[in-house]
Design a protein around this ligand. Structure first.
Ligand code: PLP
Length: 453
């Protein structure tokens, strides 16, 4: 009898014991070791599985990896911290790496953001921002309870974050559990009926809604420039700046959710820099630790912090056991420093141009409605009929099929419905990036023309 390999045992145990996120159960159980390969190792921008196959990490391990895997500087920082202490609490105690990282965040964040509150995932960074906004108004003696958000928006999967979410397929079933949120249309020309003229129309709607209900809204929350999980929906120029202007004029807080867009994804360190926007609260996650360890942060203005600390018992009763974890913050410090010492920000425009040029080859493809790109965030929108913009039957799982096919060309990524997502690590070198792009173009062509290898 052939000896069972350890990887086979693990794959079998995975099917028996684990429950994978955002994964249709039956398809998962019926699918052998596809769609999930057992990743056992990584090298730079490549992931290696238990069969020894190597893949370019085309989606930054779910949009978090910044500099590649096994980066010597980040590995060394974690090891050095490991030699001291892995974790101590920030509840009433301080810890060096969290301070070092906090200092850097305040220095480089948009102006006015002066305080860093740590948590451990993008969703918790959003929960913290929502609760801070709510209690801020309470502490100021002007209680409010509504939030405003965008259709197709995504802010994580905890109940507060879901309450401000706008993706029906993710969020609809939970509506009875959620607090009320006013959803404004997304200004992405692909989904808005007015197309390229969406920005002024949506801004006008926001203006009217806030003017009609003064003193009702705690905050508006937006993903700046790109609604990632909604399908890489890019916003027209001026939308974010317009939202800032309107919220400020109506004295409503602006929460910018940079969990996906932060850390060099849109050509700048933070996406809101592209429109010179300074929010009242900013949520960070994913790339904050270089994509190494779970770490998130909510940055707040001095004015918000002061509303919790200007006398009386105005404590913000929120915290997590692993808040400000020392290993994660040490990774964050090393990643932050590497962004600047490597000159990463200066390398981005050449990469963005390469992406636009290569994926421009799909411009006339009959099943590609459009390629949406902002910086290094990309969505290739697949459709049944390009002229009529008719979508594929979701049951066909076309986006998933294309991504599965791309594995044969050495690319790992994950679709959003029928949007093929590419979100390579910002530090990916041009040669690897070119390989990723060519393989993606080939995979899409082959999938549809029947020459699937
Ligand atoms: N906010 C945005 C904009 C995101 O894209 C995500 C995740 O994709 C989240 C929040 C939630 O982050 P996490 O999965 O770390 O909870």
């Amino acid at each position: 009898m052939p000896m069972k390999k350890p990887a086979d045992d693990l794959i079998a145990a995975d099917k028996q014991c684990l429950w994978h996120p955002f994964t249709p159960g039956q398809i998962w159980l019926d699918s052998g070791d596809e769609p999930a390969r057992l990743i056992v190792e990584a090298q730079g921008f490549r992931l290696i599985d238990s069969r020894g196959d190597s893949f370019i990490d085309g989606f930054s391990s779910l949009w978090c990896n910044l500099h590649g895997h096994r980066v010597p500087q980040i590995d060394a920082a974690i090891r050095a911290q490991l030699e001291k202490v892995s974790h101590t609490t920030l509840l009433g105690h301080a810890s060096g790496p969290s301070i070092e990282l906090g200092r850097r965040l305040v220095q480089h964040a948009p102006p006015g953001l002066a305080r860093v509150f740590y948590s451990d995932s993008g969703a918790t960074a959003v929960e913290v921002a929502l609760k801070m906004a709510y209690q801020y108004w309470l502490n100021r003696g002007r209680p409010r309870r509504r939030f405003m958000a965008l259709q197709h928006g995504y802010h994580g999967d905890t109940i507060g974050a879901v309450s401000v979410g706008g993706i029906d397929s993710f969020h609809q079933i939970f509506r009875p559990m959620l607090f009320e949120t006013t959803l404004m249309p997304s200004p992405c020309p692909y989904v808005h009926p007015l197309g390229a003229s969406a920005v002024p129309a949506v801004l006008e709607q926001i203006e009217q809604a806030l003017a009609a209900a003064p003193e009702e809204y705690c905050a508006m929350i937006v993903e700046p420039l790109v609604q990632g999980a909604g399908g890489m929906l890019t916003h027209g120029e001026g939308f974010l700046a317009g939202v800032r202007e309107i919220t400020r004029r109506h004295d409503v807080l602006l929460i910018v959710d940079e969990v996906a867009t932060g850390f060099c994804r849109t050509g700048r360190l933070f996406a809101c820099e592209n429109e010179d926007v300074a929010p009242d609260l900013m949520c960070l996650g994913k790339g904050l630790s270089g994509g190494y360890l779970p770490l998130a942060a909510t940055l707040a203005t001095r004015e918000i912090f002061d509303a919790f600390s200007d006398g009386g018992d105005k404590t913000f009763f929120h915290g997590h056991t692993f808040t400000g974890n020392a290993l994660a913050c040490a990774a964050g410090v090393a990643s932050f420093d590497l962004i600047f010492s490597s000159g990463l920000l200066d390398t981005l425009s050449a990469k963005e141009e390469l992406i636009a040029r290569r994926l421009g080859e799909l411009a006339d493809h009959p099943h590609v409605a459009e390629v949406r790109q902002r910086g290094m965030m990309v969505g290739v929108q697949l459709v049944q009929d390009r002229a009529a913009r008719q979508e594929f039957d979701p049951a066909l799982r076309t986006g998933a099929g294309v991504c599965m096919h791309a594995r044969r060309h050495g690319v790992l990524t994950r679709p959003l419905g029928d949007v093929v997502v590419l979100m390579p690590a910002p530090a990916m070198d041009l040669a690897t990036l070119d390989e990723l792009l060519k393989a993606t173009v080939t995979s899409i062509r082959e999938y549809f023309d029947g020459t699937r290898i």
